[in-house]
Ligand binder design. Structure first.
Ligand SMILES: [Fe+2]
Ligand SMILES: [Fe+2]
Length: 281
């Protein structure tokens, strides 16, 4: 049986600062009609969910009534940023504990006919924080025991832009050290597919035999020229079809009445992202 999966990402919900809550509720309403078999949420549930507030709770509650299982991986705005990235609020034990208590496991394995999905917490790779070693072990084990299944990794941050050996330290991608640990645990067989969010752009690119698909955000984009265009900048979500013979298809779904928020025009949210200059936000 083919499994129809809705991948939603980057809700950035907040009870106090609800700029993007309308888009979240609109997509949830749409999903209740679309009735997917499974929802994958690739993180940034909250606007500032890395702080101790009600952001995660609001976003998690919005998934109620979807009538299907939901799987989550955390974003930097759910548990904090990876410590490789300077000048940010970093992930720590307290934020991880808060996230796990509310959203459940931050790394997991989920099998579908013909497929094995492995969810990873991309914010803790190589940090030594609780779960770091365990999730890489889970990935090794998932890889070695998958037999004929195709493998899809599900994580918040894209592994890289174009080059797996890129040493650039950027909040946008996993850094080289963390990337190497993930690739090492994956081993020579690699993965067929990597699904992520975080950049708030839609992209579909094959790198070294693996297809990397980025989900657009539900919440907002950073409009040209303030964020480089890696792909396209819609708001919406992705529908994936996982076939039992190991094939996969996907399509971009845009939803009527979503507001195309542009963070570059909303300094009240995360500060003035245009201050860093064109292409750097
Ligand atoms: Fe985000
Ligand atoms: Fe993010």
């Amino acid at each position: 049986m083919t499994v129809r999966v809705a991948q939603i990402s980057d809700l950035h919900a907040s009870p106090e600062a609800g700029w993007f809550n309308g888009n979240m509720h609109r997509v949830m309403e749409h999903l209740r009609g679309a009735s997917p078999d499974l929802v994958l949420n690739t993180g940034d549930l909250g606007l500032f969910g890395e702080r101790d507030n009600g952001d995660l709770r609001l976003a998690l509650e919005a998934h109620g009534g979807l009538g299907c299982p939901c799987l989550f991986v955390p974003g930097n705005h759910d548990v904090g940023e990876h410590p490789d990235i300077p000048g940010r609020v970093w992930v720590d034990e307290a934020s991880l504990t808060r996230y796990r208590a509310q959203a459940g496991a931050d790394y997991w394995q989920h099998d579908l006919p013909g497929w094995r999905l492995v969810g990873l917490n991309s914010l803790i790779v190589g940090t030594g924080l609780p779960g770091d070693a365990e999730q890489l072990e889970l990935l090794r084990e998932a890889q070695s025991s998958r037999a004929g299944r195709s493998l899809a990794l599900v994580m918040h941050k894209p592994l890289c832009d174009l080059d797996l050996a890129d040493p650039l330290i950027s909040n946008r991608f996993t850094t080289l050290q963390a990337r190497r640990l993930i690739l090492e645990a994956l081993g020579a067989r690699g993965a067929e597919l990597i699904l992520c969010g975080h950049v708030h752009q839609y992209r579909d690119l094959t790198i070294a035999g693996t297809r990397h698909i980025w989900a657009p955000a539900v919440s907002f984009v950073i409009g040209d020229p303030w964020q480089p265009s890696y792909g396209a900048k819609p708001v919406g979500y992705l529908e994936h079809l996982f076939h039992p013979d190991g094939r996969h298809e996907h399509r971009l779904v845009t939803v009527r009445d979503l507001v195309h928020h542009d963070l570059a025009l909303m300094p009240q949210v995360y500060g003035d992202v245009t201050a860093r200059g064109p292409g750097l936000a």
